[in-house]
Design a protein around this ligand. Structure first.
Ligand code: SAH
Ligand code: SF4
Ligand code: F3S
Length: 481
């Protein structure tokens, strides 16, 4: 990246700097020496593996961690038998937590056979004190635990871990600063996520994210633009701007700037062909944003607009701060202004007190908006959130039945929406060789729909015109023209 330090020029005999990111580069130099010694001792390269749960924020954080591991001499592999494994965890629903405990059982058996193996845990789940207690008690083989606010200190934490023979735990309640210019690995050469803000101030009553990711903090627009310019110089054509609520970006900066203004700046960057963003809270979606999207040839024709519920009563209990009618008015306005846009959403079923009649209201909205896709979740109580203390008289069977009814409508409407481009020619960004058939490649339309068509690896990362010959449920089969 831009302002990286040369690890060879760092004097390890001196005390570590106190300023960031200089301090972390000092510890990277130190860690690199350590890893070099481990390689020599073992007579082979040291390997590292990162397993990521949860959302795009976590995926992005993992790329930062892997970037540091590469920089200090680890060979990154996708196999938990590696010499160093980290699990970047999610706690948005209980099943995310259960999957992590499952992996820990598995990795423990590996560590028993290879005691030099090191295991780290990080991410949202680690911000919950009850989780730390459980790991200390039942998973004492774990070597390092850190949270969401101090991942920039990873190099320093690694050095502490290798110097210690006990579990190292470093969890902060809040973030102290945004540290720029640390290395990051990229999973794809042609597309990249870019953090524009961290944390969330919305406190939806069911959601744990504000508690584990802290208050909303926007990155300085100049740092964001500089990062994207650098990505473009490295061949990236698509960026995804990341934040829990991108529509409130920039409001708390010293020089306030709106998300729409930021988009205008990103659009000017040469080489960037596609701009995506996640996630938009309906309450903050401005007319200015709709106007910027409408005029833009780079901002993708896709908006993820979480509904959560179509019942105004439940929305109020969820603290979403919009009504069914306000949401519908917004969705209709967006459809009117940008007719070719794909709308997707998130819906929770089984929020405390939700009845069959409430679900019917949600189904109404799904029918009216006709989402291209919707992610449906069964409500999972999260300790410490207001909703977790609300009584829920609805039985699991009723919740399941409501969920199945909703899913059916979601699938029907999505199918009819997705197929509407059949026969047309659209640009596809090719992402990879098809998983099931290596004579095909897989890419995405601007509106995020997947397209499979005959092609080879030379097309990966390119934007090519494709005729969408056949709609098949949620994707298209096509041919390059
Ligand atoms: N910031 C994003 C969402 C982050 S969490 C937003 O506001 O849209 C992703 C999704 O997980 C949410 O949209 C919600 O649908 C779901 N979710 C969050 N907490 C949940 C819980 N306790 N139980 C079930 N689903 C939940
Ligand atoms: Fe959670 Fe609501 Fe914040 Fe999204 S906006 S992260 S659902 S609290
Ligand atoms: Fe999960 Fe944390 Fe994302 S709780 S959804 S990984 S912000």
């Amino acid at each position: 990246m831009h302002n990286e330090f040369d690890l060879d020029k760092i004097n390890l005999a001196s005390a570590p700097p106190t300023e960031e990111p200089a301090r972390q580069y000092y510890f990277m130099a130190k860690a690199r020496k350590l890893v070099g010694e481990l390689c020599k001792k073992a007579g082979r390269p040291m390997t590292a593996c990162g397993i990521t749960f949860g959302c795009q924020m976590n995926a992005k954080d993992s790329e930062k961690l892997l970037g540091i591991l590469e920089r200090i001499g680890f060979t990154v592999i996708e196999d938990e038998s590696a010499d160093f494994v980290f699990y970047n965890t999610c706690t948005v629903r209980d099943n995310a937590n259960q999957r992590v405990y499952g992996r820990l059982g598995f990795v423990h058996s590996m560590k028993k056979k290879h005691p030099d193996k090191r295991v780290a845990l990080c991410g949202c789940m680690m911000q919950e004190p009850s989780v730390i207690e459980k790991i200390k008690k039942s998973y004492s083989f774990v070597d390092l635990i850190f949270g969401t606010h101090n991942i920039y200190k990873f190099a320093e934490l690694l050095v502490t871990m290798y110097d210690s023979d006990r579990m190292v735990i470093d969890i902060w309640e809040n973030a102290d600063q945004i540290v720029e210019d640390l290395p990051a690995q990229r999973k794809y050469s042609f597309k990249s996520g870019v953090n524009i803000m961290y944390g969330c101030n919305n406190f939806c009553s069911y959601c744990i994210v504000p508690y584990v990711r802290g208050r909303e903090r926007s990155r300085n627009p100049r740092d964001i633009i500089r990062e994207i310019e650098q990505l473009a110089a490295e061949g990236v054509v698509e960026v995804m701007l990341l934040g829990q609520n991108v529509n409130s970006y920039g409001k708390n900066l010293e020089e306030p700037i709106s998300f729409a203004q930021l988009l205008r700046e990103v659009e000017k960057i040469e080489g960037i062909e596609r701009i995506r963003f996640m996630t938009s809270h309906p309450k903050d979606l401005s007319d200015e944003l709709i106007a910027v999207m409408k005029q833009s040839s780079k901002i993708c024709r896709h908006l993820h607009l979480p509904l959560q519920s179509g019942s105004t009563r439940i929305l109020e209990a969820m603290n979403r701060r919009y009504t069914k009618e306000q949401y519908l008015a917004l969705a209709n306005k967006i459809r009117r202004e940008i007719p070719d846009i794909a709308l997707t959403t998130d819906i929770i079923v089984g929020f405390p007190g939700e009845t069959a009649a409430d679900i019917e209201e949600t189904i109404d909205v799904v029918r009216e908006v006709a989402y291209d896709n919707a992610f449906t979740f069964i409500y999972s109580p999260r300790t410490g959130t207001p909703a977790a203390a609300m009584p829920n008289p609805t039985s699991d069977e009723e919740i399941r039945a409501g969920f199945d009814r909703l899913l059916k409508v979601v699938q029907e409407t999505a199918k009819s929406r997705v197929g509407r481009l059949q026969g047309e020619v659209h640009r596809v960004l090719v992402e990879e060789i098809n998983e099931h058939d290596d004579t095909l490649v897989t890419g995405r339309l601007s509106n995020n729909t997947l397209v499979h068509f005959p092609g080879d690896a030379s097309l990966i990362g390119k934007l090519v015109p494709v005729k969408l010959t056949q709609a098949q449920g949620f994707y298209y089969i096509g041919e390059m023209v």
